[in-house]
Design a protein around this ligand. Sequence first.
Ligand SMILES: [Zn+2]
Length: 61
Amino acid sequence: MTKGTPSMGHKNRITHIRCRRCGRVAYRTDKKYCAACGYGKTAKIRSYNWQTHNVHRQRVR
Ligand SMILES: [Zn+2]
């Protein structure tokens, strides 16, 4: 086991590819679901309340 720059040679696995639903490079090739929108795991779009991009929630606060 060697630390440092020579270890970067192990990082040749493709884990995330472009998602068909949200377009982000977050689709897991091994688990077959998208980490960003949940495509392949759920029919609904993966969404959480702590995602602050929703403008309506900022008024509630
Ligand atoms: Zn997605």
